[in-house]
Design a protein around this ligand. Sequence first.
Ligand code: FMN
Length: 192
Amino acid sequence: MSKNVELIKYLTTRRSVPLPFLSEPGPNKEELDLILSIGTRVPDHAKLCPWRLIVIQGDARKRAGEKLAQIAKAQKPEMSEEELEVERNQFLPAPLTIGVLSVPVEHQKVVELEQVLSAGNVALNLVHGANALGFAAHWVTRWFAYDPEATAMLGAKEGEQFVAFVHIGTPQTRLEDKPKPDLEKLVSTWEG
Ligand SMILES: Cc1cc2nc3c(=O)[nH]c(=O)nc-3n(C[C@H](O)[C@H](O)[C@H](O)COP(=O)(O)O)c2cc1C
């Protein structure tokens, strides 16, 4: 691959766009297929595919939000109507969200950490794929990535863990650049 100036620019300036600023249009079927292909083209020791993806789009976004609100209310009856409305909108207004599940398997050589990292790579590659097609994305987890009732409702099976909900849509804002990590502090050269 020869030097790709545009790709370098993208990789050195990429920003997330928060959920409230992701609107229609979202990816069509063909675009979604390409985003999923890019998303799953990740380093994966021993080709285990230790992940699973769940797409939430269309009317299902509202239904998922309503069910989250019900679960939240059952766990915390004191929740206000305003707080419940936040839960109802967890998958809005983004046209499409992809839940990424880490699905580790027993393997002689590939420890669980490596498999979880591969799932994290899927999440980041979905972000890159969405950006490559002109959309924007936001990788979030929130409480419903960890709450057993919520994760089951969203499709996780026993032993599976959500590592990301990648919201995708057309950006309505562009975030300012952010401070770059201090590489002087973070990177050292091993000299023995
Ligand atoms: C595992 C993981 C979980 C995250 N969960 C959230 C979240 O729940 N809410 C949120 O606002 N950002 C979350 N973020 C951070 C955003 O994805 C994003 O990095 C952040 O908004 C900064 O934007 P940037 O990508 O432009 O640097 C999470 C990131 C990771 C890696």
